[in-house]
Design a protein around this ligand. Structure first.
Ligand code: SER
Length: 405
């Protein structure tokens, strides 16, 4: 089954169960200033869980489903293994005071075992922690559906989710494992976590589920990594076409980082030295370094961007709309970096300070750190951030502007 059908089958299933299908929100969150990027499907629905908005009125239903574009870069260094990615599509069904645990678990079980024909390795439930009771109800529901199912109980780290950002809805989860990986996270939002980490029960109990399309496709297609699914096939092929060296990890990193960059640029992110722009810059610059390992000629990375646009433009028309701008931005950022890369590396060899490498040569601190690590050295990050803060304060004083984090 191709990814396109998998995505459709998920959404069709929930449509049949009277869910309204909501399009993906932008990667740049509109109503949550505490996060840089959309990291979960529930983010655009946050206010419905805390009864600040009326889902029935706004969305025409208490129950909705979506395939949401998400970016998570916290595991960027893990990209290159079989399943870590910085961009993914999250398939999710949500309820804001509509159905609760029984229906959510029954839907998930039916979809995974019947529609997708997958065998569940085991499921996990919240075993209780920090005075929050264990989720016996979910375990009982699973047992009533399949008495032979393996149930594992985990703590707060694994089976309690949220909030996104500094405060928001959160609650115990039940998770489904297939083919050795966790594929579906089903969250029962029943608490609100405040900024000082205090939990209070929510007035409306809500369901928030998230299943990575890439992971689901990976186990459904029976391949050995997310990069071998049809979602990456044409992108990896394009990379191989323009490479002179074959190196699996570098190919995976280039495909992942350029794919993420394409989606970010389409949603209006521009490479820069702060905030979102900095994350984009870091991704493109890291892709350039790995493109070099593959022997991809300078100025050729936009071909990879083009293959991403071709793969996704029917599902996400914003890519087709801004294809020219995306390719230009990637090429411009690559060129900018290349101008200083060689000189910067020379300065690095000479032991030049990581702050100078950042301000004069555009080396993100993490890049300097990675290069140092490859060479068996370390970088004094505390010193770097201290210098950066001083620098920002100085420029704030001289321009009279407010300090920007
Ligand atoms: N919000 C949960 C997650 O991101 C489930 O959708 O995993």
């Amino acid at each position: 089954m191709q990814s396109r059908e998998i995505r459709k089958q998920f959404l069709d299933f929930f449509k049949k169960q009277a869910h309204v299908i909501i399009p993906s929100a932008s990667l740049v969150p509109k109503n949550d200033p505490s996060v840089l990027f959309t990291t979960a499907g529930m983010q655009q629905f946050k206010s419905y869980y805390i009864s600040k908005a009326d889902a029935q009125k706004d969305l025409n239903s208490l129950n909705v489903a979506s395939s949401q574009k998400c970016v998570r870069t916290s595991d960027i260094e893990e990209v290159g293994d079989k399943s870590h990615l910085t961009f993914f599509e999250m398939l999710g069904n949500f309820s804001f005071g509509g159905y609760w645990k029984k229906e959510a678990i029954e839907y998930a079980h039916e979809l995974i075992t019947k529609d997708f024909g997958l065998k569940i390795d085991f499921i996990s439930v919240f075993g209780g922690a920090d005075n929050i009771p264990e989720d016996k109800e979910s375990a009982d529901i699973w047992k009533s559906i399949d008495s032979s199912i393996i149930i594992k109980k985990f703590g707060r780290e694994d089976n309690f989710w949220g909030p996104t950002g500094e405060e928001g809805p959160c609650g115990p989860t039940t998770e489904i494992y297939v083919g050795g990986i966790e594929i579906w996270n089903i969250v029962f939002n029943e608490y609100y976590q405040s900024r000082d980490k205090e939990l209070t029960p929510l007035k409306i109990r809500g369901v928030d589920t998230g299943m990575g399309l890439e992971r689901l496709t990976f186990v459904t297609q029976g391949v050995s990594s997310a990069f071998e699914t049809d979602l990456f096939e044409s992108i990896i092929k394009r990379i191989k076409d323009i490479s002179s060296v074959s190196e699996e990890k570098a190919e995976r990193i280039v495909s992942d980082h350029i794919r993420t960059s394409v989606f970010m640029i389409a949603d209006g992110v521009i490479a820069s030295n702060t905030g979102r722009g900095y994350i984009l810059r870091r991704l493109i610059r890291r892709a350039v370094r790995y493109a070099d390992i593959l022997g991809i000629a300078p100025g050729e990375l936009f071909h990879v961007a083009r293959s991403v646009i071709l793969k996704y433009r029917d599902i996400y028309p914003e890519l087709a709309k801004s294809s020219e701008r995306i390719e230009k931005e990637i090429l411009a950022e690559e060129n900018k970096f290349r101008k200083t890369l060689r000189e910067g590396l020379k300065q690095f060899e000479k032991g030049v300070d990581s702050f100078i490498l950042f301000t004069t040569y555009g080396f993100p601190i993490e890049l300097t750190e990675e290069i140092a690590r490859e060479k068996g050295g370390i970088v004094d990050k505390d010193k770097f951030y201290k210098q950066l803060k001083e620098h920002q304060e100085l420029s704030r004083k001289s321009s009279g502007q407010k300090f920007k984090k």
